[in-house]
Design a protein around this ligand. Structure first.
Ligand SMILES: Cc1ncc(C[n+]2csc(CCOP(=O)(O)OP(=O)(O)O)c2C)c(N)n1
Length: 593
């Protein structure tokens, strides 16, 4: 675990590490997750505790299935994911609410306001309302640990899964966390109860009123957990999570009602608080979740008229809102910040994803893309991705695109190995089953690179670092009926180009697997770097089409075009640019004897 110890009884922990610590202290037995920023480190930190069976699941639904199964087995269970992961897990999540728990069941979901590394900024509190499940929102690392422990107790006391909502700021900021020991909780064992665990309509109908009654009791609990502070009642702020910290920073004396559980909303508790202040104001990130509920309850309240609904809040934005409400000083003018050079995100030097996209671009295709490092191929110079929506969507969308007949070019889906196993396999079955005329390029770099290189069922190693049976991806493709299958090394430019060309010419669903470890893989051997022999460079610039950041422009010009050079410190010696260089001006750096 990456913790910096301050004293033996406290530690400086990120929110994610604190949540892991809280789960451990609460006696969690089984934990499952699929990686996704900003939640990933939670399971990685939990894996450092021997008492917990921590594992990567194939996707978030499987993670919640595993956790729910463990819970019904009577163990304390935990699942973690980023906000969009709950979309994948939503089917189980929604009915887990009806079923309740055996051992405590906590589902941690990390939202990403501002979309630092996400494709949308949905607000998980709305899922709590949809699923009728309580949701706790910590506002710093210490509370992240405490609320995780509380969540297990609430789960067992009220017989419900509990959502623990973090956001990027909570998950990634560090704070001092008091450490306690683990409370060993006995596994209760599975108690057969079909009317509670088998959600046939007849049984489920009986459960719905139970859930609603549970919510009423939970609203009382949420009211008791809420805390009042401050003396200046010109406005009374209702807030939770990281926005609470911003309000405290900007206007420490204002009356605040800080909620710990934001669903169910403790309306009566807020109503009592409203009576003690001149004007009720909600400060919340993303959706007007609390505000709308308070308006519906007949309270006179403002919120999104003063604080933005999109992006992250910040102390400055909270100050702007409070200043407009007349209870804080406006921001002092700031001198113009020095301008910084903006740099687009780039693939790594030697990235094995470069040549598959370079090949597809050369051949011409409509490309449905997916989510992973390779999404960078949407940008120049590769610029070879026409859609990117959600994990695993590329293959189904290619099938639909082919069915539409609307593309003048062949249709190609591109997808990474982790994403393929997460959500691509059912879609490949659909494509083969319905004889979609399309090609799938599986970019197999043997890791989940985008989120920091996690293992997955195709890598042959578990989260605990133990050897596992690895999914044989070519065999899996054959098993679902793929007949035109090519496996190539994407460091072989001509073989990759040829394989993709042949696959695109095939009538039906073809698959190309480009197989080469990620350049960031721990076992990477950096080969001799390459250099450009200036006199031989004809400035054709073909190597630049790879988008490799190790290839850079020089000031030297040939026939009106700039020549290139290679940054030896960045070059991995992958040979790709040398393979593309017509005058063979790119050669390995001579080793000095
Ligand atoms: C539903 C969902 N879960 C998790 C993520 C976070 N995430 C984005 S891409 C990705 C996997 C990338 O791995 P892979 O497909 O192997 O491509 P690579 O980055 O290795 O090239 C993950 C876990 C997400 N965006 N959506």
């Amino acid at each position: 675990m990456t913790t910096l110890s301050v004293r033996a009884d406290r530690a400086l922990l990120s929110g994610n590490e604190a949540i892991a610590r809280g789960a451990w202290e609460a006696g969690v037995h089984v934990a499952a997750a699929y990686p996704g920023t900003p939640s990933t480190e939670t399971l990685q930190a939990l894996a450092g505790y021997d008492e917990v069976d921590s594992r990567w699941a194939t996707n978030e639904k499987v993670a919640v299935d595993v956790a729910l199964g463990a819970s019904l087995g009577g163990a304390r269970a935990f699942a973690a994911m980023k906000h969009v992961g709950l979309n994948v897990a939503a089917d189980t999540f929604m009915t887990a609410s009806y079923v309740g728990v055996g051992g405590g069941l906590v589902i941690m979901v990390a939202d990403d306001p501002g979309m630092h590394s996400s494709q949308n900024e949905q607000d998980t509190r709305l899922y709590a309302r949809l699923g009728l499940v309580p949701l706790l929102e910590p506002s710093d690392s210490a509370e992240a640990k405490d609320y995780t422990k509380l969540a297990f107790d609430v789960s067992e006391e009220f017989d419900t899964p509990v959502l623990l909502r973090s956001t990027t700021r909570i998950s990634h900021n560090r704070g001092i966390v008091p450490l306690e020991t683990r409370r060993e909780v006995a596994v209760r064992g599975f108690r057969r109860d079909p009317a509670k665990y088998v959600m046939l309509p007849a049984y489920a109908r009986g459960r719905h009123p139970v859930i609603l009654e549970r919510l009423e009791r939970l609203a009382g609990y949420a009211g008791d957990l809420a805390a009042e502070e401050g003396t200046d009642g010109r406005v009374g702020i209702v807030t939770a999570g990281v926005p609470y910290q911003y309000v405290k920073e900007v206007a420490p004396d204002l009356r605040i009602l800080k909620l710990g559980m934001t669903y169910p909303i403790p309306i009566e508790r807020i109503r009592r608080f409203a009576e003690t202040v001149d004007r009720l104001v909600v400060v919340e990130e993303l959706e007007p979740f609390l505000e709308e509920a308070l308006l519906a309850a007949g309270l006179d309240v403002v919120g999104k008229a003063f604080f933005p609904r999109t992006g992250e809040l910040s102390p400055d934005l909270v100050r702007d809102g409070l200043a407009a409400l007349g209870v804080a000083d406006p921001r002092p003018p700031v001198p113009d910040a020095p301008t910084t050079v903006t740099r687009p995100p780039l693939m790594c030097p030697g990235c094995p994803h470069m040549v598959p996209y370079w090949s597809i671009k050369r051949l011409g295709a409509t490309v449905t893309g997916d989510i992973g490092c390779y999404t960078l191929a949407a940008l120049e110079p590769l610029a070879t991705m026409d859609t990117c929506i959600s994990m695993g969507a590329s293959i189904g969308m290619a099938s639909g695109m082919a069915a539409s007949g609307g593309s003048d070019e062949p249709v190609v889906a591109t997808i990474g190995d982790s994403t393929f196993l997460h959500g691509g396999v059912p879609a490949l079955m659909e494509a083969v089953y319905n004889d979609a005329n399309m090609t799938v390029v599986i970019l197999d770099n043997g890791t989940t690179a985008m989120t920091g290189g996690q293992e997955h069922p195709g890598t042959g190693t578990t989260l605990a670092g133990e050897k596992a049976r690895a999914v044989d991806i070519p065999a899996l493709c054959r098993a679902v009926g793929v007949e035109d299958l090519h496996v190539v090394d994407p460091y072989d430019v001509s073989a990759t180009l040829r394989a993709i060309e042949q696959a695109m010419a095939y009538r039906g669903t073809s698959v190309v697997i480009t197989h080469r470890p990620c350049v960031e893989a721990p076992l990477r051997v950096k080969d001799r770097p390459f250099e450009v022999v200036p006199d031989n460079c004809t400035a054709c610039q073909l190597c630049m089409n790879l988008g490799c950041p190790a290839i850079v422009w020089t000031d030297e010009v040939f026939e009106g075009r700039r020549k290139v050079t290679i940054d030896a410190a960045m070059c991995t010696g992958c040979t790709l640019c040398a393979q593309l260089c017509p005058p063979r001006a790119i050669v390995p750096v001579e080793v000095q004897a």
